[in-house]
Design a protein around this ligand. Structure first.
Ligand SMILES: *Cc1c(COP(=O)(O)O)cnc(C)c1O
Length: 392
């Protein structure tokens, strides 16, 4: 039995896994202690739960438990990484290298840092969404304090050559930060292999609760120091003050453990769904899969439907289908996606993009229906589209 609308917007957020909710529940009403209370068992119980979550998350990304700093989400983690490093070098020349297709959590933070005197290089990408590694090397200078490159893009699923970038960063002794929000729990992520000093991740993109995330901060090779952005009670080694969100952290930890357990199997189940969808979409005339030549996340498809625009497609689809034009944060605006623009797509094609992202609860029946429904809808829309009727 199909239930509508079908949810294919798992890059924006995921449902909380019921096993995650179950793990969280006792921490609201029973084990409600403050993880910093050291004088009684309520506090000890909360602290133990936080430590278990650190272990679960560390195991998923190849880190050590004490390297996991909890935040309110990946946006805060990106802010903490970029601002925390920049503040440390206040007074000196500061140069950061990043990429034009980063999430706004990185790009807008970089814009702010520019206002306070930091110099930022925004690397271009090619038509496949990839940076040129020689261009990255050439951009490094003595004042470079950080390289910030996301692991996988939230709009296209394009995966960056993280290990190669890490090798360059290591050779040039520059700290490397990655926003791995879309990659963690979806594809193998290992912070040590990648040579990362800092990495951002978020619970709600991997079937955990919203409002909780983490920043991996390397303690050894390199030992990363960063300036706190939220000060107060001195929790979490003074890196991020504030009473810990214990239920959220427990849920995040459980989600990480489940992700570690099921990742392989999930890739094997979801990649064929995505491939089947893409094959079908490509049978519709004038449809393009964005980033198709790159290594991509296995469950994401970003397609452009020429002669139409995203908004009209979304309104025609949303009765049956929850999808988006790219990032949830920029949808609603009529501007073409800056990610697709950076990939040198013509304006019209960048404005005609729809992202389909499968997840843990996607079924074969849902994909079958999506294929039929999208094919019919695009056909109908084009029949009344002047641009389509006047094409040459
Ligand atoms: C969702 C997302 C973020 C923001 O994460 P929140 O936890 O919602 O703040 C940052 N970067 C990428 C790549 C994302 O997909």
């Amino acid at each position: 039995m199909l239930r509508f609308p079908i949810y294919l917007d798992n890059c924006a957020t995921t449902a909380c896994d019921p096993r995650v909710v179950e793990a969280m529940l006792p921490y609201f009403t029973q084990h409600y202690g403050n993880a910093s209370s050291s004088s009684h068992s309520f506090g000890w119980k909360a602290k133990a739960a936080v430590e278990e979550a650190q272990q679960q998350i560390a195991a998923l990304i190849g880190a050590r438990p004490e390297e996991i700093i909890f935040t309110s989400g990946a946006t805060e983690s990106c802010n903490l990484a970029l601002r925390g490093i920049c503040d440390l070098y206040a007074g000196a020349d500061r140069h950061i290298i990043t990429v034009k297709t980063e999430h706004k959590a990185v790009l807008d933070t970089c814009r702010e840092l520019e206002k306070s005197g930091a110099e930022i290089t925004y690397l271009d990408v090619d038509q496949n969404g990839q940076i040129n590694l020689q261009a990255l090397e050439a951009a490094i200078k003595p004042a470079t304090i950080l390289i910030a490159v996301m692991w996988a893009n939230n709009e296209t699923g394009v995966v960056m050559p993280i290990n190669e970038i890490g090798a360059i960063a290591r050779a040039r002794q520059v700290l490397f930060f990655s926003d791995a929000t879309q990659a963690v729990g979806k594809i193998p992520v290992n912070v040590k292999d990648a040579g990362l000093g800092l990495m951002a991740l978020s619970s709600h993109k991997l079937y955990g609760p919203k409002g909780v995330g983490a920043l991996y901060v390397s303690r050894r090779n390199p030992r990363v120091r960063l300036a706190a952005q939220i000060t107060g009670g001195g929790q979490q080694q003074h890196i991020r003050s504030g009473t810990l969100n214990v239920p959220g952290i427990v849920g995040f930890g459980k989600a990480a453990a489940l992700g570690r357990e099921s990742m392989q199997e999930e890739v094997l189940r979801l990649r064929p769904f995505r491939d089947q969808l893409e094959t079908a979409l490509l049978r519709i005339p004038d449809v393009y899969i964005n980033g198709a030549a790159s290594e991509r996340l296995p469950q994401v498809c970003n397609a452009s439907f020429d002669y139409l625009n995203s908004n009209e497609i979304l309104s025609a689809l949303n009765k049956d289908l929850a999808v988006s034009s790219g990032s949830a944060c920029t949808s609603g605006s009529l501007d073409p996606s800056y990610v697709l623009k950076a990939m040198q797509l013509p304006d019209a094609r960048a404005k005609a993009a729809i992202r389909f992202s499968c997840g843990r609860y996607t079924t074969a029946e849902e994909i079958d229906h999506t294929i039929r429904f999208v094919t019919d809808t695009i056909g109908t829309l084009r029949k009344s589209s002047p641009a389509w009727l006047l094409r040459d």
